[in-house]
Design a protein around this ligand. Structure first.
Ligand SMILES: NC(=O)c1ccc[n+]([C@@H]2O[C@H](COP(=O)([O-])OP(=O)(O)OC[C@H]3O[C@@H](n4cnc5c(N)ncnc54)[C@H](O)[C@@H]3O)[C@@H](O)[C@H]2O)c1
Length: 276
């Protein structure tokens, strides 16, 4: 049997790189996607034939589509895992008053790159993964989306990042159970602070050691999702050495419970086709 194949975005550094190395050690083949070409090529050379570095800006749909096409064909016509991991912090702060203006004196739009990378690109990636996963010998596969503990709580310094990571939790909860019907298990990880290049170097050195979640917890979460085919639509919080499966908030009354759990057939009627 051929080796399982993964596409990992943001694979040149941090969690994406750690997961890449872990999977390669388990016999996987990994298509590593990143905008950081230097590090990506260096690591892929070290890891050898089991990896393929694909220079990809996930915010470009055509580049992401080309990544999936290359990975599927390089993998021998199979694609088992999509780790939608690339992510960035806010590139402009909504709470600050650093406005720039056009020639008419109107404020220029806020830079929403964090939404583009952390959310829109993930949704397009899932869309592309589905296309290839259904062509697998046994149709289906796994998706692990990287949200954050900021997707469960909030990070006041990074409101756009927080919004994007919350959206991934919502996406996972809404889409996960439906994709399970297509034998695709989509789940999300919500890591607490893991020391990576995402954090400024001087902050890394000063960060309280007792609040650091090690990379081994990230690997543990991936192993859990890869081993268990019944998990779908789950959001797991990673803190220190533990995984905490987080459920939706409690319903405050029977009406909200009905809306959340029993109204599906009603809505299915309304959304038989997308509303244009
Ligand atoms: N480090 C933490 O404490 C922490 C906590 C919770 C969630 N996260 C999330 O974990 C994920 C991985 O981050 P990390 O901590 O390993 O950081 P990292 O900076 O080490 O890795 C992120 C990688 O994504 C790549 N990337 C950025 N924009 C890209 C784009 N447009 N296209 C392709 N690749 C791109 C970067 O080049 C980098 O290699 C992110 O989604 C991040 O939001 C991190």
């Amino acid at each position: 049997m051929s080796q399982p194949v993964a596409v990992i975005t943001g694979a040149s550094s941090g969690m994406g790189l750690a997961v890449t190395k872990h999977l390669v050690a388990q016999g996987w083949r990994v298509a590593m996607a990143d905008i950081d070409e230097n590090s990506g090529r260096k690591v892929s050379t070290q890891l050898g034939d089991q990896v393929l570095f694909c220079l990809t800006d996930v915010t470009s749909y055509s580049q992401q589509a080309s990544l999936f096409e290359k990975a599927f064909s390089w993998g021998g016509g199979r694609l088992d895992l999509f780790a939608a991991n690339a992510g960035i912090a806010d590139t402009q702060f909504l709470h600050e008053n650093n406005y720039h203006y056009d020639e008419k004196g109107l404020p220029l739009p806020l830079n929403l790159k964090a939404m583009d990378v952390n959310l829109t690109a993930v949704i397009q990636g899932v869309w592309l993964f589905k296309h290839y996963a259904r062509q697998n010998k046994i149709p289906g596969g796994k998706v692990v989306v990287t949200s954050s503990s900021a997707g469960l709580y909030s990070m006041q310094t990074n409101p756009i990042y927080t919004a994007s990571k919350h959206a991934l939790v919502g996406l996972t909860r809404a889409l996960g159970p439906i994709l399970q019907q297509q034998n695709i298990q989509l789940n999300a990880i919500c890591p607490a602070f893991v020391p990576t290049a995402l954090c400024p170097k001087d902050m890394l050195d000063r960060f309280p050691k007792e609040h650091i979640t090690p990379m081994s917890t990230v690997i543990k979460a991936y192993d859990t999702f890869l081993e268990d085919n019944t998990l779908c639509g789950q959001t797991v919080e990673l803190s220190l050495d533990k995984l905490y499966f987080r459920t939706k908030p409690d319903y405050p009354n029977e009406s909200q419970r009905w809306l959340g759990e029993e109204s599906a057939s009603f809505w299915e009627e309304a959304y038989k086709a997308p509303i244009s």
